[in-house]
Design a protein around this ligand. Sequence first.
Ligand SMILES: O=C(O)CCC(=O)C(=O)O
Ligand SMILES: [Fe+2]
Length: 565
Amino acid sequence: MSTETRTTFVPYWDLPQMYAKSVPDLKSLERFDLEIVKQLTHTFLATEMLPRGSEIRRLAHAYLQDYYESNGKLSVRDAIDNFDNRLSRHPICTYRLIRRVVYLLGDLLSEALQPYWTSTLKNWINSSIFWTKSLKYFPPEFPHTVHNFSQHGWLKAENLEIWAEKILRLQHVYNLDPIELAKGWVSYVPSNCTLNSIHCWEISKIATRTDQFANAIQWLELARKRASVDKKLSLPFIEFAFWDAIEIHNLGFDDDIKMELGPWYFDRVISHVPGASQNATKLRDLQYEAFRGNKDKFYSAINYLGICSGDNFKTSREKSKLFCWQEFKIHPSFLIGPMKMEFLSQNPDIIQMYGVLGEEEMESIKSESVIDMRLEDNLVIGYDRAPFTFTVSSSSYHRSLLQSWCKFSKGRDLEKKLERLTGWVVEGQASEVLTVGAYSPGGHLHTHFDRPSSNDALHNSNTSRIITATFYLNDVEVGGRTAFTSAGVGADPIKGSLTLWFNVHNDGTEDFDTYHGGCPLLIGEKWVGNKWVKYAPQFSKGKCGLKPKEKYQFPVNNVYLPVQG
Ligand SMILES: O=C(O)CCC(=O)C(=O)O
Ligand SMILES: [Fe+2]
């Protein structure tokens, strides 16, 4: 891909995935939904403004009911008194939130505006007259959300589908049980948001579409169980889909080569008897047990599963060499206040440094990057049917975070700080502009090597990236580690800290031992800043290696430790 095409970015709001990816837009949608609920509750229903038996009353009621039901509120009073749900921090709550706005609010508004009806629903909702007429229905303090709608149309079903993908990714990576997920539990953290039979069915559809056969079967089994109680879906309808999913699964499954298949199958052919899949194990689990801890990057997707969940694949000997220290020699200023640093790995050296950034600094990086947020249009639904068992190729669903450049006015200070912390040349042309990544729940960045954007650049000593410093800019609630799949360790995203490693060897060749990825975020939001330091400006600083492919080391109070084998 040429540099020109890579640097042509589409403003993020032109893409259908903005509510699936952008943390600020999602938060604004959440506040917007809450205002709609308050307004409908207080004004419309309480004052009986909506005629009894009217369609608009039915739709308003459906909207409120969905809100209250999905949040487990026992009464309207309970809901009004406890409005702070923070829905957008939670993947299941967000699924319900987006669904409510896509379908129920769209219906409600088109009914409210019936007298102005001119065209098909879709054209109508996307037309500016719709928005001009409907502005009075919206709380005035949400110009941003309303502006987004009026400029770019209503939220689309794609947003919801991407959210279903995110739930499926969390299920896959963290081995979550759909029964727990549908109860609103994510990795042992409870919430009041639940999924009914229709939602389970919708998620199964996305699982089928993306070839996640075992997950599709599990979600359909759950849809069937739920439907027999909630009666929201007809059972024969589910049976039909269930039959289909099992057929597709069995058609692709091959017992003789099951360890080479994608991890999306069960370990056996599944019969049509209800509950048959419950005796089966997912290939994900078998393959994980068989291959975990293998350093080769071929197994990076396997190791990602474990490291994201907190595993560590270092041997006990390797672990015994890791420690935390107070650094006061790398720069004279640390004599007064030493920095706390820790080896997460030696050979390759991966260092975490704590308390590096202050509150104000992190806030300005985040807010300035939001304004300049751009998104590479690289989000593709679906896992690749790559011939390799464990890798996900770059054309597949590789990343689901929002990335931007931050032309942070205080960028120089940050560069100076990194220069002091590392002893390498960072300021000015010696490093790239800070990039900022924002993850909403389910957001991830699959394992990769930090290359510059083209192969030429990789082998050009002025553009090749010697160091990555990843700054963690907020407190992450659950998930979102940085997984080093070959080194066998993970870094916890601790606010104000940074993780640092060397991408190349002493002779400038790539060191694939630093293969890494951002783990899916389970709950909350995650913001990172990446500073890439260039190779060429370091010639005056680097220790001159005698052997080829020697790894760079990070000194401890000016002392280089013996290399760990
Ligand atoms: O978010 C993370 O933990 C890692 C980010 C990263 O690897 C990247 O942006 O290149
Ligand atoms: Fe990276």
